[in-house]
Design a protein around this ligand. Structure first.
Ligand code: SF4
Length: 330
């Protein structure tokens, strides 16, 4: 299947068509136990592109990138206090179809329910299937009308799922629909495509997104090794197009829970002109308890990292608390 270096490899649609979506014997070479993975897969499906698969280690099943991509029985542990939807995303009344509001000055538009990779640490891992997405022109018109009627909203977050898995025309339609409103200062796109499918961001798409002058991209690199030459080039295309790119990583046990790992990540991001913005504590979401890092350790990491990197490369350590109307510093 692997055709690295060929034209097909650089075609994002080819990558998606050839994504691994079953715990196949091919994955045994990466330390995966297929029977156990099948059990996990029934609850939390597996998906990764050939590009993402090529980053995994065949020698070390506990490699940070393997932990982020391959199912683990830890996902089936039912820990007290861990629930599918701690922030009531699913049950919170939508302002209109596919549009939700948690903070006064910004709204979330569900633009897609698919991702290039089923990240094992995803806080929405139980919520994406069947999510209410803005798909039709009528739904988009209703969402824009709702925002227009609420002038205090100045930022629109396109999220999902991954909005950048949509076709160029669809992404641009969504962006322009909100960017044309004078009240909107920023249309933020939440995407892991720079990490999991970097060839998706073509120079043409970056240029057309940048032309709106209002697009910001927030991505999520969690480990320095994810900053491959392809990923760096992807971020470069966005930044060169005038789009600010920031990184919101998640503090994850076994992945980046050391000062050395965070130092490498933050300095690596700065090197490719991506601003390390937030380090999030893991949300209390079912299926990711095995990734959680104790608060005391997170505070120590924050202190020690601040000694090693300057402000431009220093992210804020925060957590989302159910019921809170802001990101809470740890
Ligand atoms: S790309 Fe984001 S939303 Fe999609 S599975 Fe990964 S963390 Fe979850």
């Amino acid at each position: 299947m692997r055709q690295q270096g060929t034209g097909a490899w650089d075609d994002w649609r080819w990558q998606l068509r050839h994504a691994v979506t079953e715990p196949s014997p091919e994955l045994c070479g990466y330390g995966l136990s297929v029977p156990a993975a099948e059990q996990v897969h029934r609850r939390y499906p597996l998906k990764l592109t050939p590009y993402a698969l090529a980053q995994l280690s065949r020698d070390n099943p506990a490699d940070p990138l393997n932990l982020l991509a391959l199912p683990s029985v830890g996902e089936l542990l039912d820990e007290p206090g861990m629930v599918a939807d701690p922030f009531s995303e699913q049950t919170r009344a939508a302002c209109c179809h596919g549009l939700k509001r948690r903070f006064p000055d910004r709204v979330l538009v569900m633009a897609h329910d698919q991702c290039a990779m089923a990240c094992r640490h995803c806080t929405r891992k139980g919520l994406l299937r069947g999510a209410e997405v803005v798909r039709t022109p009528a739904q988009l018109a209703a969402a824009v009308a709702w925002v227009e009627a609420h002038p205090e909203v100045r930022e629109v977050l396109l999220s999902g799922g991954d909005p950048l898995l949509l076709a160029d025309t669809r992404i641009l339609t969504l962006v322009r629909a909100f960017a044309r409103l004078p009240q909107i200062d920023a249309v933020r796109i939440g995407t892991r495509v720079p990490v999991t499918l970097p060839m998706r961001v073509t120079a043409e798409l970056a240029r057309r997104l940048g032309a709106s002058k209002k697009v910001w991209v927030n991505t999520q690199f969690n480990h320095a090794r994810e900053i491959t030459p392809e990923a760096a080039a992807c971020c470069g295309r966005l930044v060169d197009a005038g789009i600010p790119v920031s990184n919101q990583c998640v503090l994850l046990k076994g992945v980046n829970d050391s000062v050395a790992a965070l130092f490498d990540l933050c300095t690596g991001l700065q090197r490719v002109r991506v601003r390390p913005y937030y380090v999030f504590m893991c949300d209390p979401v079912a299926g990711i308890a095995h990734f959680r890092v104790p608060l005391r350790q997170a505070r120590r990491l924050e202190r020690e990292l601040a000694v090693r990197v300057g402000g431009l490369a220093l992210p804020r350590f925060v957590m989302d608390l159910p019921g809170s109307s802001r990101k809470t510093p740890i």
